[in-house]
Design a protein around this ligand. Structure first.
Ligand code: ZN
Length: 328
């Protein structure tokens, strides 16, 4: 279709590696949050948000009319205040430990749970090759190999865990079965990415939790198995749902968060956007603020063939959040 500038690059590039050697001082990182206006009191420690926010990607025309967990302005303010507080907390911790550097390059261990109803493909039994391709897509997307900014992150598959359990299939967003599944299966620390694959409720492509200061058993991303590269989800089968959900897991909002007003997605180099894009509406411009809509950004809702980039601002926000929430 020619819409993705370097589709061939995506398909032929090997697993890219980031070579960031930059060491960020705590003072430099402290500059990053733009949300200090919403900061909590300096003495506040370890107060968790009221709930674990999650965010989902849906198929246009599907059964779901809206996202089950789209964030309100109050929720984004709460999250931005928590990020600022978490950064202060980590800075104090590091100062007390005599440490002055934060991670600038991160390899994320990945555990993939394949939830199956039975041993058939229709029952969720996708091949290992699709999972390996998904990991490659994550590495290409986050390294900038598909045309976007290079981020600090690379991904290393640790384990594929196949689970046949009809009571967890399909995975129903927000259900007690989802909680049971994750409580039973989640492994690793805050730095471990747990990906749950399967058929999903309500025509959803996926959903994710944002990072929190205290590890929650719900932490992780859920992705429609047929959205993996080579899957059957037409227009959404190049693995970008996985990239999008991992973006949330690393603290990114949608590019259309907040619409045309306010601080939007809290990233300065993604143009404001009034609503999600679908398909690939090149040139769409829904806000009077400068810049056309970022429909090629992984954090919009465009077709996989249309989205190929994170911005430098998103890369910075993800690394800041990593050091605040997920770093050891
Ligand atoms: Zn999303």
């Amino acid at each position: 279709m020619g819409l993705r500038p370097n589709l061939l690059t995506r398909r032929t590039a090997g697993v890219a590696s980031t070579t960031l050697a930059l060491l960020l001082s705590t003072a430099a990182v402290g500059v990053v949050p733009a949300a200090s206006a919403f900061s909590a009191a300096p003495g506040e420690v370890c107060v968790e948000p009221a709930d674990v926010h999650s965010d989902a990607r849906i198929k246009p025309g599907g059964g779901a009319k809206h996202e089950p967990n789209e964030l309100t302005l109050a929720e984004t303010r709460e999250r931005e205040a928590d990020l600022a507080a978490a950064l202060r907390e980590r800075a104090r911790f590091r100062a007390g430990a005599g440490a002055t550097t934060m991670a600038a390059s991160v390899t994320i261990p990945v555990v993939v749970h394949v939830i199956q109803e039975n041993s058939t493909r229709a029952g969720g039994n996708i091949p290992d090759s699709m999972i390996n391709s998904q990991i490659s897509v994550l590495n290409q997307s986050f390294s900038g190999a598909t045309g976007g900014a290079s981020t600090a992150f690379s991904f290393q598959l640790q384990k594929i865990n196949r689970v046949t359990n009809p009571s967890w299939y399909p995975i129903v967003q927000g259900s007690s079965a989802e909680r049971s599944m994750k409580t039973s299966l989640r492994t690793g620390g805050k730095n471990t990415l747990n990906i749950y694959l399967g058929e999903l409720s309500d025509s959803l492509l996926g959903w994710a939790t944002f990072p929190t200061r205290k590890l929650n058993s719900m932490d992780g991303v859920v992705v429609l198995s047929e959205s993996l590269p080579g899957g059957t989800a037409t227009n959404y089968n190049q693995g970008d749902t996985g990239t999008h959900e991992v973006g949330h897991w690393l603290n990114l909002y949608h590019t259309f968060q907040g619409g045309c007003s306010g601080s939007g997605d809290s990233v300065s180099d993604t143009a404001a956007e009034a609503s999600p894009a679908s398909g690939c509406p090149i040139g769409r411009d829904t806000c009077t603020a400068p810049g056309v809509d970022p429909i090629t950004n992984f954090m919009d809702y465009s077709y996989d063939s249309c989205m190929y980039q994170f911005t430098a601002g998103q890369a910075s926000r993800m690394l800041t959040a990593w050091n605040a929430y997920r770093a050891a």
